[in-house]
Design a protein around this ligand. Sequence first.
Ligand SMILES: C=C(N)C(=O)O
Length: 127
Amino acid sequence: MSNKSIISTNKAPAAIGTYSQAVKAGNTVYLSGQIPLNPETMEMVTESFEAQAVQVFENLTAVAEAAGGNVNDFVKITVLLSDLSYFGQVNEIMAKYFQAPYPARAAYAVKALPKDADIEIEAIMVV
Ligand SMILES: C=C(N)C(=O)O
């Protein structure tokens, strides 16, 4: 029997494609990549990189809470950026959402992200 369940919340953006907001397998939760979509309007946040990153962390927070935990339960995050020059801002904003010890992390600059986002973050969480 599969020990897999789907996590879903209207406090985070609905999936914009063929994926779930998160999937729980055992006590591990795999959170899909979040881009800066406002969950209420499903519009992209575009004012600034900081505003985009905050929306991404807010979305991840909502999914983490729907899974029964919070962002401090993340064991690994992957940060995808349109430009690595945003790296310093990511560290600053992350420090507002996470308490040490921080999750493992990888960060990459990529050619393009869905809906022309400047940031997407996916996470693995243990609850
Ligand atoms: C936004 C996404 N996570 C996607 O398109 O896969």
